[in-house]
Write a protein that binds this ligand. Sequence first.
Ligand code: ARG
Length: 461
Amino acid sequence: AKTSLWGGRFSGGPADALAALSKSTHFDWRLAPYDLAGSRAHARVLHGAGLLDEEALGAMLRALDQLDDDVRSGAFLPAEDDEDVHTALERGLIERAGADVGGRLRAGRSRNDQIATLLRMYLRDHARACSLLLLDVVDALAAQARTHLGVAMPGRTHLQHAQPVLLSHHLLAHAWALLRDVDRWRDWDARTDESPYGSGALAGSSLGLDPESVARELGFATATDNSIDGTAARDFVAEFAFVAAMGAVDVSRLSEEVILWATKEFSFVTLDDAFSTGSSIMPQKKNPDVAELARGKAGRLVGDLAGLMTTLKALPLAYNRDLQEDKEPVFDAVDTLEVLLPAVAGMVGTLTFHPDRLESLAPQGFSLATDIAEWLVREGVPFRVAHEVAGACVRVCEERGIELWDLTDDDLAAISPHLTPGVREVLSVPGSLASRSAKGGTAPDRVVEQLDRAVERAGEL
Ligand code: ARG
């Protein structure tokens, strides 16, 4: 028969099939250091409440330290019969401190408030780690933006040539999205800065323990206001998974562009050998696997989020065992991002851009047509008419297979009397870029300011 934490009213241990179903040590063991930190704090509040004398506290803390060393070295591992991380560590404590001292620690706490606290601690550490990794991608984008200041490229909507923009402007658009993801983790952390320890199973503790002092010892600003909420809430897990998925989705949008840019047809970039792969059969191949895996793993993170939301939907208060299903998806999100982001940062940082190619395509596809229309507006022509006239220019060029700047003075005059030769000023990429000089625009001076602001923002986060 199996041993368990609830021997008293049971005549035997759980069936093997139940034990197998119930077991979570294969995924929750990573929480062991946090559980031990919680146990130390809990031992101290038991002592503070007069439930553990000085000598027992000393013995307990020494045993917990030993156990911590053994967990970290791998000398202590969960056994076949241990249900979860809490069960295993209680066994380890009793093995080291004896049943009399070790058996006192469980007073006034439940695995329900333990797990809710540990998961917050773990996720707060990893929100920080993932934020730093996202910031490495931002740094790589900012460095490329700085290296290529002044390089024009075709800006697209609907994937069609739209208007010329600066490459740096485009790269920074990705950086701003990632900065917001990091910012989301900051907001999340402020909301997650409350400890449920002391909530007990759901109703709070009767033993005169001080949840606030446990909270502070575990790095939280305060203890949760409601013990039912403290043990049942997992919105902090779902929200973490959302931020992780959003970050991955943002990275996937950048990655999709890298995949396109690296094609023969685009030829905007060459991938570094260290961040691309070859083919086992086609000797010429150089594949953008990092970007493709980023695209693929974004789907996986969205799945993790969907799984969590589905677990929480309609779940009554307070703790239900369904909540054990919160860990694998969110751990998968953490592990996936932590392996993905360094590769993405490396790929972005080592991309070789081809400025001549980017610049030569920037004005193509009649991407300066809007500049004609806006020039006419500055000349006092109503936009509706201006749009019509610029459209007529495009039609004539398309019929003759020429570009807008090939139209002669006579061609222009024949299209509209408003089109004096002065319009040529805006029929160049530098003229078009320079004219978009309001805040947020692609004019070179604005983009330099924007780059400095993005770098400053990254430094604040
Ligand atoms: N291992 C459980 C979890 O991850 C915590 C234990 C609570 N179990 C219980 N039967 N009350 O949620």
